[in-house]
Ligand binder design. Structure first.
Ligand code: GRG
Length: 293
């Protein structure tokens, strides 16, 4: 199977897993579930889920067994985007080429949809029936650590607390490592955990993902000034509008692009230490380096 097809197979399986985890049923709160579905289904690139599934496969696990882990990571990601778009945060009207969750369902429902997805993610993690319980416990711990108040949420806090301020480069690095890279790191680590990797290999998977996560964010900063809004599915120049310090405002678009490329390259070198069968991850890294959306 070629890599593009393998990616499609992973994405279809994740979509199905999310779809069945988010079934409507009770007319008294169907609207809430619809908002959760709206935030989580249809349109995401599923990079994080794919990392989880591929790392599970690499460490000799059955990737299908890790689907609940992969879907849980996507639920956390979807909640973070729904909350990030709210007027009290980044205040974005568009996401994935559609009105953002609060534009479609109202602010209170979008907030609750995010809460529902965040909570469901941890419950859903434990539905990995084909994975030994000790691995699931570790996955819960890892996902909580990387996505919580010392991980992604902390990154978001630093971002909001420093809007309209010149952020020192060290703090910018820290913010992006937490805000974007932490969850991507969790995705890879959870896959390694699911596949039964040892502690060193879980660290290596995390190191690779940390690098591509930071490069992913730098690319995002670059796309915010050079991207095509139609392809991105959201307006560009939003960082400038929100007076944010980004890799582009600090280093310029061309240098920022070079920094991202260097990180992607380093990450690819790290892969050699990880496993002999890493063709798909090399391909995925190149896909991320060349992304236009
Ligand atoms: C609200 C707690 C809380 C956290 C929000 C991730 C985040 C933290 C905010 C998103 C801001 C943002 C757009 C960051 C740039 C990098 C990024 C995470 C982009 C979106 O990820 P993609 O491109 O999204 O993987 P898709 O739509 O493909 O799933």
């Amino acid at each position: 199977m070629d890599h593009k097809r393998a990616m499609e197979v992973y994405c279809e399986a994740v979509e199905k897993e999310l779809d069945s985890a988010l079934e409507c049923g009770d007319p008294d709160y169907d609207e809430l579930i619809r908002a959760m579905r709206y935030a989580a289904l249809g349109g995401g690139k599923r990079i994080r889920a794919v990392l989880t599934l591929e790392f599970c496969r690499i460490f000799s696990g059955d990737w299908r067994a890790a689907l609940p882990f992969a879907a849980s990571v996507e639920m956390i990601h979807a909640y973070s985007l729904a909350h990030d778009d709210l007027p009290c945060m980044d205040d974005d009207d568009m996401r994935r080429g559609k009105p953002s969750c609060h534009k479609k369902f109202g602010e209170a429902t979008a907030l609750l949809a995010g809460d529902g997805l965040l909570t469901l993610a941890f419950g859903h993690l434990t539905e990995c029936v084909d994975i030994p319980a000790d691995r699931t416990v570790r996955a819960v711990r890892e996902l909580a650590a990387f996505s919580g108040g010392r991980g992604m949420v902390a990154g978001q806090y630093i971002d909001l607390a420093n809007e309209s301020r010149q952020v020192p480069v060290q703090l910018l690095d820290k913010m992006h490592k937490l805000k974007t890279s932490a969850l991507i790191q969790a995705a890879g680590r959870l896959g390694a955990v699911a596949g039964g990797a040892d502690a060193d290999m879980i660290e290596l998977a995390g190191r690779f993902c940390r690098k591509i996560g930071l490069a992913f964010q730098i690319t995002d900063d670059v796309l915010d000034v050079t991207g095509d809004p139609a392809e991105l599915g959201k307006p560009v120049m939003s960082d400038r509008e929100n007076e944010k310090t980004t890799y582009v405002t600090v280093y310029g678009a061309e240098n920022a692009r070079k920094m991202a490329d260097a990180l992607f390259m380093e990450a690819k070198k790290d892969l050699a230490e990880l496993a002999p069968e890493q063709d798909f991850l090399l391909w995925l890294t190149d896909l991320l380096a060349d992304r236009r959306k």
